[in-house]
Design a protein around this ligand. Structure first.
Ligand code: C2E
Ligand code: CA
Ligand code: CA
Length: 557
């Protein structure tokens, strides 16, 4: 393979080696001429040796080189060479012209073959370092460029790398087919090149990411990046349809020569992830962010394993009727019994799970466990419905209602044993569809509560049309009920309007007797909170219920 490599390097004419062969070829022509002359003239067979330099010339310099040496060889073995050296008899012109014609034929043919092979090799070489769709240099080329700076540490410190990621590429592909991203990438590359300072190079590093290498970090100033960002905000055209690309930009200054090129790329990529998390378009890489991203990824993969290892569990928090003091149900709240970190609350992991499809598995686990527990309590004479929290991503699943009904059937639980808690904002995402899904469940007897009510924008008039039966007044209004007249007013209004439209109200986050009593006087239906009970393991509930029965007689009705 070395010979082949050397040959193509020679053919590419890189460096002085390109010219090295010309004198060698001429020497060979002279050598053959001398051989033919010394062996008595053209009459004898040695003239055929001339095909060797002619063919080599074609191989080394293409068809033009082949022609040049063929002509020189034709003349050397033509007018300059007698038929027989002893007699000095010259050749007939037709003879040597005919021979020269053969030389030309062989020179051109080997030249064409060698040109074709060279073109093919060049194409392969180009393809290993470029993206065929956009013509931009690819990941390999970027890593080489980053590594090249490494060799020159002072140059390295003056560079910056930005990564631009099309966040909605998967959606676009689903709707318009795979070609759409390729087309958008080409347009994106064009816009990037048009809005960047000189010296910035654009690379395509993955199916939906471009990278820009700035040779001078001044070039990667917030201004430039904002300008590039603005260029991406304009719609992109695909088959005459204007499309919006969610382009996120993450960047990092290459200040530390000890960092491997891949790590710099990863840092810029993790900054795009941070941009996404914070809802901004541009984010600068910071070590803490990187750690957070890594943490959150660790949480995600850890959760998956936790689910398999049965490290997830539910705690239950009672809801008490404010009028009678009886317990009317419990809310299931997820916990993770982590091997090293102990019991972890959902605040740490639910949000991260909601950004991935893992939330479906978590909700399925919560539904099955909660229903299984409700049935077990039922067998012990405790008849309480359980409320399970549902994420917007669950609601958006096309089979949402069907899956819940299937779970109920599989567990052999009556639908009235189950309540779903959905937040206002997730209901508003696709109102028509979620209404239809929830209606299907409501018709079967599953109750639905709007969680964190008051934090969204829905009006009560609007809620009236949704198939929900309870409103859970958000903790923020309940916790300062005693101190804020505004909160009191809001709770009062929600309670009275809810009653008018036939909905029950639950106040969450009740932490003291005063709030409990105020809620009673405001006519709220139920209360839930630390004052009554903290969320507890399932097996603690029977004892709590018993103790609560005797305590409740002391709470004024
Ligand atoms: P949430 O649905 O609003 O649940 C009520 C949260 O308030 C619970 O926190 C509960 O422990 C806490 N809480 C209850 N009473 C009081 C009180 O008197 N004072 C205070 N300060 N807090 C009180 P937790 O268990 O940490 O859950 C947090 C959130 O995580 C939940 O908020 C819910 O949105 C989510 N979550 C919990 N379990 C699940 C689950 O299984 N699936 C889904 N999708 N989300 C869940
Ligand atoms: Ca809840
Ligand atoms: Ca809540």
């Amino acid at each position: 393979m070395k010979i082949v490599d050397t040959y193509f390097r020679l053919r590419s004419g890189k460096g002085k080696s390109g010219w090295l062969m010309l004198p060698v070829l001429l020497l060979m022509v002279v050598g053959v001429y001398s051989l033919v002359h010394a062996t008595g003239g053209i009459k004898y067979v040695y003239s055929h040796s001339m095909y060797i330099p002619v063919m080599l010339a074609g191989l080394c310099y293409g068809w033009s080189g082949g022609i040049l040496i063929a002509v020189i060889a034709g003349i050397a073995l033509g007018p300059l060479m007698p038929i027989e050296v002893v007699t000095g008899e010259p050749q007939k012109a037709a003879n040597w012209l005919f021979r020269t014609g053969f030389f030309l034929f062989v020179g051109v043919l080997s030249g064409i073959a060698s040109n074709a092979a060279l073109a093919q090799v060049r194409k392969l070489q180009w393809m290993t370092r470029h993206d065929p769709a956009t013509g931009l240099p690819n990941l390999t080329a970027l890593l080489d460029a980053l590594g090249a700076g490494d060799a020159n540490p002072s140059g390295f410190a003056r560079r910056a790398l930005a990564v631009m990621s099309i966040r909605n590429a998967p959606e676009l592909r689903t709707v318009f087919g795979v070609a759409v991203v390729e087309e958008n990438m080409t347009q994106l590359a064009g816009r990037a090149l048009g809005s960047l300072p000189p010296g910035a190079r654009v690379f395509r590093v993955s199916s939906e990411q471009l990278a820009v290498l700035f040779e001078d970090p001044e070039g990667a100033s917030a201004d430039t990046l904002a300008r590039v960002g603005a260029a991406f905000q304009l719609p992109f055209l695909y088959r005459e349809v204007p499309l919006h690309l969610d382009v996120l930009v993450g960047y990092v200054v290459l200040a530390d020569a000890g960092v491997a090129p891949q790590d710099y790329l990863r840092r810029a990529q993790s900054a795009t992830f941070h941009a996404f998390e914070t809802g901004s378009e541009i984010a600068h890489y910071q070590v803490q962010l990187h750690d957070r991203t890594r943490d959150s990824l660790a949480i995600l993969s850890g959760l998956r394993i936790a689910l398999e290892r049965r490290e997830l569990l539910l705690h239950y928090q009672p809801k008490v009727c404010l009028r009678t003091g009886t317990v009317r149900g419990v809310e299931a709240l997820m916990r993770w019994n982590h091997r090293e970190r102990g019991l972890i609350g959902p605040a740490v992991f639910i949000e991260r799970a909601e950004q991935s499809t893992l939330i479906h598995a978590l909700t399925a686990f919560a539904l099955e466990t909660a229903l299984g527990q409700a049935l077990q309590w039922q067998a012990q004479g405790i008849d309480l419905p359980v409320a399970v929290n549902i994420s917007s991503r669950n609601l958006a699943h096309p089979d949402f209602a069907r899956r819940i009904l299937d779970t109920l059937a599989r567990c052999g639980a009556a639908p009235r044993l189950l309540e779903l808690e959905v937040t206002e904002s997730s209901l508003m995402l696709d109102v028509a569809r979620t209404t239809a899904e929830l209606q299907l469940l409501a018709r079967q007897g599953v109750r639905v509560a709007i969680d964190d009510f008051g934090t969204g924008y829905s009006s009560l008039a609007y809620v009236q049309r949704l198939p929900v039966s309870h409103l859970k007044i958000d903790r923020s209004f309940v916790s300062d009920l005693m101190s804020s007249p505004d909160s009191q007013h809001i709770v009062e209004t929600v309670v009275s309007l809810a009653r008018k439209i036939g909905l029950q109200t639950i106040a969450e986050g009740v932490e003291d007797a005063a709030t409990y009593e105020r809620l009673q006087s405001l006519g709220c239906d139920m209360a839930q909170g630390f004052y009554l009970a903290r969320p507890m393991p399932a097996d603690a509930l029977p004892a709590w219920l018993e103790a609560f029965d005797s305590k409740i007689s002391r709470i004024p009705a």
